[in-house]
Design a protein around this ligand. Structure first.
Ligand code: NAP
Length: 202
């Protein structure tokens, strides 16, 4: 029997927006995946999250994805108080799902830093990466870096261009701070959740 193919959407999702959903759906279709698992980062290795709590980010991710049967959300990282190293997450997933090929989907700006991640070589043995470009990031320098990483680690990294990723969580947080509308950038239910819980106002 053919192996199952799962996409892992990794990111802080602070907040999750329509760009993330479009990307997940594109990957699902283009790569003929069985499902996409969204994994909100609990305590990302390279930064401090100053926006919403991990609980709020996790709930917003559930709310945004619940209408799609091919999307799932995992609390594997947010329930862990330690730094969220992707290698640990992937080892956990391998224990849960056997006979499955994993693709880790995240922003190209995150993947060009892959050599600084925990055990990049080991990571690339267990999964393929899909680096999603956002306008302004996918320049020749970034492409050269990805090529270098492929060669050094003998790994598979694909680049996916999704124009919709012009939407960014940073821009959404800035809009809220400045009392500007975020309508049509996030799902209605996520917008309601943000308003109700007074998120990102300071
Ligand atoms: P981030 O700030 O949420 O994302 C970095 C960039 O990628 C942002 O431009 C973001 O845009 C975009 N992005 C986020 N999630 C995306 C997705 N699933 N698809 C497409 N674009 C996405 O997060 P980060 O801290 O860089 O981490 C990204 C992922 O890499 C997380 O899963 C994290 O755990 C992992 N990581 C692991 C290590 C390690 O193991 N040592 C180190 C660094 C990162 P938006 O702001 O609009 O979302």
């Amino acid at each position: 029997m053919a192996k199952k193919r799962f996409g892992i959407m990794g990111g802080t999702f602070d907040p999750i927006h329509l760009g993330h959903l479009v990307i997940a759906n594109e990957v699902l279709n283009i790569y003929n995946m069985d499902k996409i698992i969204f994994i909100p980062a609990g305590n990302p290795p390279f930064k401090n999250i100053t926006g919403a709590s991990s609980f709020d980010r996790y709930l917003m991710t559930i709310i945004a994805t619940m209408a799609n049967n091919n999307f799932e959300v995992s609390d594997i990282e947010i329930k862990n108080k330690e730094k969220s190293y992707t290698i640990n997450t992937v080892k956990e997933l391998i224990k849960i799902y056997d006979d499955t090929e994993f693709y880790f989907i995240t922003g190209m700006d995150a993947i060009i830093d892959l050599p600084k991640w925990q055990e990049p070589q080991e990571l690339l043995k267990h999964l393929k990466f899909i680096a999603v470009n956002r306008p302004g990031v996918c320049d020749q320098d970034a492409l050269n870096k990805i090529e270098e990483i492929r060669e050094i680690f003998d790994g598979k990294i694909e680049i996916l261009k999704v124009p919709m990723l012009q939407i960014s969580s940073t821009d959404i947080r800035d809009r809220i701070k400045n009392n500007k509308s975020i309508k049509y950038l996030v799902s209605e239910s996520v917008e309601q959740y943000i308003i109700k819980n007074n998120l990102y106002t300071v």
